[in-house]
Design a binder for this molecule. Structure first.
Ligand code: RUB
Length: 309
């Protein structure tokens, strides 16, 4: 269980964060766990793997990439422990490879929507969104980026570090300055923790505010999302759970305890309706949000079968 508990802890404490990275880490942990199990009994092996999968699934509730990755890996076949183990190892490797390739592909596809001279606003820290900006910049497009802090966990600091390292001129702003700066912006690009069947986007808290401000200023909003960020369960009317994290991330315990009449809320994500999204850039193409169902059917069909459709 070493690989599973270590990875689960890292995901819970956000040492590993970002929907894509969480999914890849979970797939790799399942592979390590499968390789470490000593039993010759298939039912014991399956039970141990299922237990591990459940531990990983409970770490963070919103990023649908996590259950999609876990189910992809656990869809193993075989009549013996060795066959099932080999199947888990190859599925985990395939998931990680595909997911890394997807980020690269999204960069290439999304960069086509970036024009020379564009000022781009982004929020939080998304590997897929940065892939678009970095690819456009490498192509010689003279872009500038405005990045938000993304309180309370300040993932914007990771973003400005990555953009700086890529040589992209970047401005850091506080989250509440989003609308103020939107007048200078040509394009908004964000990542995704989940996309619902109606094309809604679940991403870092504040994304829907950015979308509203972009809509008002007639700035296009581009979402960078691998196909495994789409949520098959939303087809059955299930809602995507919004993670509420500890209030300690917002205000220290001592101060909070001294304020008897104050409650601190800390939702980590919000929902942006499809009307505010111009394009979702996936590794299989740039689509309007209305096409979310098609992506789920064509690329997560195996999952629908398992759900009994
Ligand atoms: C991260 C976040 C990112 C998406 C997409 O939230 O909202 O925009 O996960 O990231 P947190 P990526 O920091 O709470 O995990 O494109 O890297 O998958």
């Amino acid at each position: 269980m070493q690989s599973i508990s270590t990875t689960a802890k890292k995901i819970r404490t956000m040492e590993i964060r970002g929907a894509g990275a969480i999914a890849r880490a979970a797939a790799s942990a399942l592979k390590e766990h499968a390789l470490s199990l000593k039993t010759n009994s298939l039912s014991d092996f399956n039970r141990e793997m299922e237990k591990a999968a459940q531990i990983l699934l409970k770490t963070r509730p919103t990023a649908v990439s996590l259950p999609n990755a876990v189910r992809f890996v656990m869809r193993c076949h075989g009549d013996t422990v060795e066959e099932v183990r080999a199947s888990i190892v190859s599925s985990a490797d395939e998931f990680v490879k595909r997911s890394e390739k997807a980020v690269e592909q999204i960069g290439k596809i999304g960069a086509k929507r970036v024009r020379d001279g564009d000022i781009i606003m982004t929020h939080c820290n998304s590997t897929a969104a940065i892939s678009i900006m970095a690819t456009a910049f490498k192509q010689g497009k003279n872009i500038r980026v405005i990045a938000t802090e993304s309180r309370p966990m300040m993932q914007g600091h990771i973003t400005i570090q990555q953009l700086n390292d890529a040589g992209i001129p970047t401005t850091l702003i506080v989250d509440s300055a989003m609308r103020y700066h939107m007048q200078d912006v040509d394009l908004a690009i964000v990542g995704a923790d989940a996309i619902g069947v109606n094309g809604c986007l679940v991403n870092k808290i504040g994304t829907s505010q950015l979308a509203l401000a972009a809509h008002e200023a007639r700035v296009n909003l581009l979402v960078a999302a691998e196909t495994f960020k789409f949520s098959p369960r939303t087809i059955f009317g299930e809602l995507i759970e919004i993670e509420e994290r500890s209030p300690d991330e917002v205000l220290d315990t001592k101060t909070r305890k001294s304020l008897k009449n104050v409650v601190v809320r800390n939702p980590a994500f919000d929902v942006t309706p499809p009307e505010y999204i111009d394009l979702i850039c996936t590794e299989v193409g740039a689509i309007p949000p209305e096409m979310a169902y098609t992506i789920i059917r064509d690329y997560l069909g195996w999952e629908l079968e398992e759900l009994g459709v």
